[in-house]
Write a protein that binds this ligand. Sequence first.
Ligand code: ZN
Ligand code: ZN
Length: 354
Amino acid sequence: MPSRIERLQQQFDQLKIDAFLVSSNGNLQYLTGMDDLAGAGYLLVLAHDTYLITDARYQTAFAKEYEHDHLVITRDYLAAVCELIAQTNTGVMGFEETLPYADYSYLDEYLVSDLVALSNVVEALRVVKSAAEIAKLRAAAQLADSGFGYVTSIVRPGMRECDVSNLLDAFMRSRGASGPSFTTIVLGGARAALPHGVASNAHLTAGHLVTLDFGYFLDGYTSDMTRTFALGTPDAKLKTAYEAVQAAQQAVVTQVRPGAVSADLDAVGREMLTTAGYGPAFNHGMGHGIGLEIHEAPLISTNSSATLVSDSVVTVEPGVYFPGLGGIRIEDDVLVTATGHERLTQATHDLVIL
Ligand code: ZN
Ligand code: ZN
């Protein structure tokens, strides 16, 4: 089976490039196995050769893990890129469109080859997960289930949102997580109407619905899970809306299979919520891929033409938000299998009333 770098090199003809410069963290990690390289080096992939250009801090780690590639140790990364491109007579170098402008500007001035900005090159390779990656995502999802179980065992009215996120953080790290992949969202009552608000000093109150959205890296791969639960008897309108979100989420997950078109998946849940009267209250996309990063391809949204493929992992996360009252979101991580899907996060979807 071709290596990840060989799969990238196999794309060169189609992309009309002779080299590709990798600068973003997730893609560097995917291709080199080393984390936190972004800003501390580049991977220059040529048709038959690969150069990791970084500084002395990474020399030992690289020598241990990647004896087959060329290692260029310098503080002047981009000058080294230009020199290698000149030496190898490279015609066209592709680069990631997320490259910082200052870096682009330098290359534009000093690189002898042509430059072309490309998007979704390594990201497209990352969509299909290997068996080892799927095992890590499954383990990360199982840990998320445990995290939700832990939160429901300790949360009480009077706690602050940040108390919950701090306790969850300690729990997840004690079980092997290296850290969160985004700032944990704990929102009680009316604050849950902010889909991307984060845990604050606000106190949780009896009768509140609480939205908990969190993802933690385990062995390099992240989970992403949302549950909404109640502290005591919730508002009747919110309870009814919860059931609508639960039904929509279930309907979308049921449709996850290879060949499913992202926009159609989005429509399945969106139409159910619209019919139930919650159309305008659902104001974000239906989901996204996960892996080494919290947001990967494919996007599942109204305008996404992406088609699901087996061995990818996506979230399904409809939600409804009522300003001044509260919000509800339910999110699972779902593996696309050869014939359908497998829910990786398995905590109950029924409204948990504590
Ligand atoms: Zn999430
Ligand atoms: Zn998500």
